[in-house]
Design a protein around this ligand. Sequence first.
Ligand SMILES: Cc1cc2nc3c(=O)[nH]c(=O)nc-3n(C[C@H](O)[C@H](O)[C@H](O)COP(=O)(O)O)c2cc1C
Length: 440
Amino acid sequence: MSTPAAVIKSEHTPYYTPANNGGAALHPTDANTPALFRPLTIRDVTLKNRIVVSPMCMYSAESDPSSPSVGALTDYHIAHLGHFAVKGAGLIFVEAQAVQFNGRISPNDAGLWDHSPESEQFKSLQRIVQFCHSQGAKVAVQLHHAGRKASASAPWLAAQAGKPALRAEQSVGGWPSDVVGPSGGAEHIWDETGDGYWTPRALTVEEIHEVVQAFAKSAEAAVRAGVDVLEIHGAHGYLINQFLSPVTNRRTDQYGGSFENRTRIVREIATAIRAVVPSGTPLFLRISATEWLEEQPIAAESGSWGMASSLQLLPLLSELGIDLLDVSSGGNNKHQKLVIHTNMQIDLAAQLRKAIRAAGASTLVGAVGLITEAEQAEGLLQGAVEAQAINDTVAGPEATADLVFLARQFLREPEWVFSAAKALGAKVELPKQFWRAIQL
Ligand SMILES: Cc1cc2nc3c(=O)[nH]c(=O)nc-3n(C[C@H](O)[C@H](O)[C@H](O)COP(=O)(O)O)c2cc1C
């Protein structure tokens, strides 16, 4: 009598699913395997491929502050993030998660300020992690504080009201009197035209210390929930970005003024996170590499955060325990001058990676922005292929990035990983439940 073939059940879920590893190369070390499908080990975490679902706010969490589910992820997020896991992404970012109640962009944002293992915020994150792990994907959280851009409405509510932005009143779960930033007052409203945003008040030094601790506590909770990778959101004009820029940070204490003072909060946050999470957990930092104000009158007046500042930040990264710089841009000032073209942000990533390698450092770089095609993504990683471990990257030839982050293309084409494998002729695993439908 023949023995029936055993299907290995996933050990990550309390229910039955065969353990999957879609999007993993069948022959990861084979010279013909494209760079996109080469695993990458960062500290104790190995990503099966170099394709990352970039963080994307879905504004789909409970907004009622009295509900135990406020800020918690839901079945919507299981379906949304889960299908990227089934469809082979190596690393999946849960959207930006607020580390404090008033750090949400909108009342419907996800959060991780309730650290108890019994909390809905914790349990819902754990559930996402378990599902993604059952499909062989790793999970990242982006720890976030919206600063002066907080207490806005979900973008579709503003659109329905015919406005570019619409602030959230207390009656819909907003917190108009507790919108904060490095500097306060009407001149620091993110966009003072119309009724889009609230007037921020300046954080006290004590409150800054609380923000720092909130990042650390959320990081620690995320790791307890099984999250593999942490990212500090230092981009897009949110709180940390507001501190970094001399345009938005007009403080005269130890958190404002010089480059050292303006970077203090992010340095303290990284240090506080590293102190409470295992040394094997990778830590990423997303920055706006430039706020695109170089030629603007406002920059002549106060200076701005441009590529020179980002280059100045680089030597600090490894000593802060930051493993990867996720290179985004803009979003901190409405006078930003963007010249939109495909390589707009990718070129910034290339420039920063080059400087990191020239300094003999091994900090990894993520490229994001307008990546849509398999060949394009593969091209960005050329030269980073032999990097199977963080220390090997130094020896490799010049690449633009070590990981590619895609956002909108995953919304348009959730099966992008499998399409990319097909386009590049890569042999990858497929989820067992899909075998009858697709072969690569
Ligand atoms: C719906 C949506 C939500 C987003 N939310 C976030 C977020 O939570 N955190 C963040 O850093 N970037 C966010 N972004 C920016 C993306 O992560 C990404 O950087 C940007 O869309 C450029 O990449 P793309 O051209 O591949 O879309 C969001 C983008 C979209 C389209």
